[in-house]
Design a protein around this ligand. Structure first.
Ligand code: FE2
Length: 232
């Protein structure tokens, strides 16, 4: 499996808090069947891009070295989860925030009360800059749940939706929306959004990874695989 959404890097956001936690996450990810992983620490548009990239590079390098020593056979690439703000229109270094070797950006938006025209304005700006938008956990956006027109407008723009595996097991509105998106093939990527070693999120990935449903397999292997390899 390929996981495009993870907070596996240590001491950079609210994910892994030490390199030992990072290693523990990676061991559990391997056990869940994940062989390729995009490290996607949080970044908020408006922050210093170069300073962030430098911090991320130091951690990726250290983690890869530790993975070699531990014999963990997961291919790790650098990305980030970009929280989109109005500063987007002033940011001229977007290319540094894409997944390594691709034009895809894992993009996160305000969870509540974001006006549809503002959301679509952000997406159109990203598309204008030749970015392929991968929307992180759309099931969390309460306004998207209620607005079929916005959902359709996003899909018409060929935005890719990434649902969190754990959401598919939740007995909540979020869970219902996540299942709706995946079962109707509207969400084409499932990722872990793992933050902590002990979290149930990797168990959810493992359980889904054992599914015989074609659309689950495509959302955990084929589509994320293409994105990981820079084919999209
Ligand atoms: Fe995340």
């Amino acid at each position: 499996m390929v996981d495009l959404h993870s907070h596996v890097l240590f001491e950079i956001d609210d994910g892994a808090q030490s390199i030992e936690h990072s290693i523990e996450i990676l061991k559990r990810a391997y056990d869940a069947g994940i062989r390729k992983m995009m490290a996607t620490p949080h970044f908020t548009i408006g922050e210093d891009v170069d300073e962030f990239i430098e911090r991320r590079t130091r951690r990726i390098d250290a983690l890869k070295k530790a993975m070699d020593e531990e014999g963990i056979d997961i291919e790790l690439k650098a990305g980030c989860e970009v929280y989109i703000t109005d500063e987007l229109y002033n940011e001229d270094e977007l290319d540094k925030l894409l997944f390594e070797g691709s034009r895809v950006m894992l993009s996160e938006f305000k969870y509540h009360s974001l006006k549809p025209e503002v959301f679509l304005g952000y997406v159109d700006e990203l598309i204008k800059r030749n970015v392929t938008v991968l929307v992180a956990h759309p099931e969390r956006y309460s306004y998207l749940m209620k607005d079929g027109w916005l959902l359709e407008s996003l899909l018409n723009r060929e935005v890719i939706l990434q649902v969190n595996a754990i959401s598919l097991f939740e007995d909540s509105q979020e869970g219902d929306f996540a299942r709706f998106l995946v079962e109707n093939r509207l969400a084409r990527v499932i990722g872990s959004d793992i933050h902590h070693p002990a979290s149930r999120r990797l168990k959810a990935m493992k359980k889904l990874g054992e599914s015989n449903e074609g659309y689950i397999r495509r959302a955990m292997r084929d589509m994320p695989g293409k994105i990981f390899e820079g084919e999209l």
